[in-house]
Design a protein around this ligand. Structure first.
Ligand SMILES: Nc1ncnc2c1ncn2[C@@H]1O[C@H](COP(=O)(O)OP(=O)(O)OP(=O)(O)O)[C@@H](O)[C@H]1O
Ligand SMILES: [Mg+2]
Length: 279
């Protein structure tokens, strides 16, 4: 039987204690195989970043186990984790997290310092990634001179340089315009489908739902599998904008009906004068 790339069992994370205690992730189990693209979605504060940080060994779980390629990383010493992170996991963040003093090529090569093999093999791989991600003309540029889409492509190449089997992306398109975001999304889709990486992506972008294998829906730190469900768009009664019923944080109940709001502004206006917004 094929070992999953990632297997998490009964993961929980509690921040603080006593009356300030927050259970950010509550008894989550999941498993992901090579070639799968899995989305993690849910309202703001539902525990997505906390979950991803634990899966990537950036944050110690309060409870539960994580196995990466059959290795129980929760049992490892703190001093073993940098190697696991560098060699087995590729991270992609909303804010790109590139090193400003290094060029595109140097940023991509940076995690390969922990690779036991010689420089030549790594350099060749960096060259292939630079070509593949359309960065050849920006190879010697510094991050401050790159567009958002270019920065994220550098971050993807950096995540792939050590050929980790697991890619974790936390809102990778959150700082990009719609089309650039779509392009980044398709790169992540292709590395799962064509190259067999296991990709877990946190996103608020409903457009990706159709190309994902699974959607893991987090609500108050708990996982719900809503594979077959679709988003339900509702109109904000104040401004008229469409709001995602799943992710809207601002909700009011009035005369037995629920109303969803895009922003605090609309929510407050509604609360102050409900009658005028209800048809
Ligand atoms: N270091 C921390 N200390 C205390 N509480 C924290 C910490 N990190 C996160 N939390 C809390 O845990 C909960 C989950 O936060 P998390 O960042 O995982 O949410 P998220 O789903 O990623 O939200 P968003 O969509 O806004 O990024 C929130 O209530 C948050 O305030
Ligand atoms: Mg987050």
């Amino acid at each position: 039987m094929m070992i999953p790339i990632l297997k998490a069992s009964n993961l929980s994370k509690v921040f603080g204690s006593g009356h300030t205690e927050v259970k950010a992730v509550d008894n989550v189990s999941l498993s992901i195989k090579a070639g799968e693209l899995v989305l993690v979605m849910g309202p703001s504060g539902s525990g997505k970043t906390t979950l991803l940080s634990m899966l990537g060994s950036l944050l110690k779980p309060s409870q539960g186990n994580i196995e990466i390629e059959g290795i129980n990383v929760t049992e490892l010493k703190e001093s073993d984790l940098p190697n696991i992170r560098a060699l087995k996991i590729g991270f992609i963040f909303q804010t790109f997290n590139l090193l400003d003093a290094l060029t595109v090529e140097e940023n991509i090569l940076f995690p390969s310092q922990l690779r036991p093999e010689g420089r030549v093999g790594v350099k060749n791989r960096a060259n292939r990634l630079i070509e593949k991600l359309g960065l050849a003309h920006r190879r010697n540029a510094f991050p401050s001179t790159l567009s958002g889409g270019e920065k994220q492509r550098v971050a993807i190449a950096r995540a792939l340089i050590n050929e980790p089997k697991l890619i974790l992306a936390d809102e990778p398109t959150g700082n990009l315009d719609s089309q650039t975001g779509q392009e980044v999304m398709m790169i992540l889709h292709d590395i799962a489908r064509d190259e067999g990486y296991a990709v877990i992506m946190v996103t608020h972008d409903p457009r990706v739902e159709d190309i994902a294998d699974r959607i893991l829906w987090l609500e108050d730190g708990q996982l719900h599998d809503r594979k077959s469900e679709k988003h339900s768009w509702v109109k904000d009664p104040v401004c008229g904008m469409h709001v995602d019923e799943w992710t809207a944080n601002l909700v009011s109940q009035y005369k037995g009906k629920k109303y969803y709001f895009c922003s605090k502004r609309c929510h407050e206006r509604f609360e102050n004068n409900q009658e005028s917004y209800v048809v």
